[in-house]
Write a protein that binds this ligand. Structure first.
Ligand code: DHB
Ligand code: MG
Length: 222
């Protein structure tokens, strides 16, 4: 099977099972105006995140890495009008694009975009005693994954669900000597998860419109 096959299958299931309304379509298109065009999740992945939130009964979501806010729209809709999403974004340029997308999707009132270093924003949430989050999506700069997991554990309670995006990277993840800092960031966070008795986790490899990658799903047990 080829990338082309994977794209076709993604498109088939998206067309069959997922309604991407104008706001989501616009959010995806607008990623061209961000610092990382096309790093957003696919529609199938966005809906998976939304469904995981709903299955977990999450009302408070924390996201590392906003970009154009495509996944943010999915998450904000999943938590409903009474829910809340805090999303952390380094670049004001991206936050500006995201704000427009959240407005268009009608969920701006339930989302806070904190602009600046995500590690610093998360520390500020910890320091100011933010209410605990039920669901965390880690999808920002990969070398910081261990720091983002550490912060997430201070911002959640037992029962929380966490997802880390982009943990496969075309298979490079298996190379302990990889010079790629993103690979090392993922390997470090995987080791941290493995060494934490209060975290249960599994990783699914994915193929599709974004090529070969995968995500790690974590449940905080204590
Ligand atoms: C990259 C980052 C992402 O979050 C993603 O989904 C795809 C690619 C990247 O760093 O290249
Ligand atoms: Mg990603």
């Amino acid at each position: 099977a080829s990338d082309e096959n994977w794209r076709e299958v993604d498109a088939y299931f998206e067309a069959s099972l997922i309604t991407e309304d104008d706001a989501l379509a616009a959010a995806r298109a607008s990623s061209a105006h961000t610092t990382m065009p096309s790093a957003d999740v696919t529609a199938n992945q966005g809906k998976l995140l939304a469904m995981l939130c709903q299955l977990a009964g999450a009302t408070r979501v924390l996201e590392f890495g906003t970009l154009a806010g495509y996944s943010t729209v999915w998450l904000a809709r999943a938590v409903g009008p009474g829910g809340h999403v805090t999303t952390l974004e380094l670049e004001e340029q991206n936050a500006k694009v995201a704000r427009q997308n959240l407005e268009r999707a009608g969920v701006a009132d339930r989302v806070d975009i904190l602009v600046g270093s995500a590690a610093e924003s998360a520390q500020r949430l910890i320091d100011t005693g933010a209410d605990p989050y039920d669901f965390v999506f880690i999808d920002a700069d990969k070398p910081s994954n261990p720091a983002y997991l550490r912060a997430s554990l201070e911002l959640t309670r037992p029962g929380a669900v966490l997802v880390i995006d982009n943990v496969v990277r075309q298979g490079a993840i298996t190379d302990p000597n990889s010079p790629d800092k993103r690979v090392q960031g993922v390997r470090a966070v995987v080791a941290d998860i493995a060494n934490n008795p209060h975290l249960d986790a599994t990783t699914l490899q994915t193929v599709g419109a974004k090529g070969w990658d995968g995500f790690t799903l974590i449940r905080r047990t204590n």
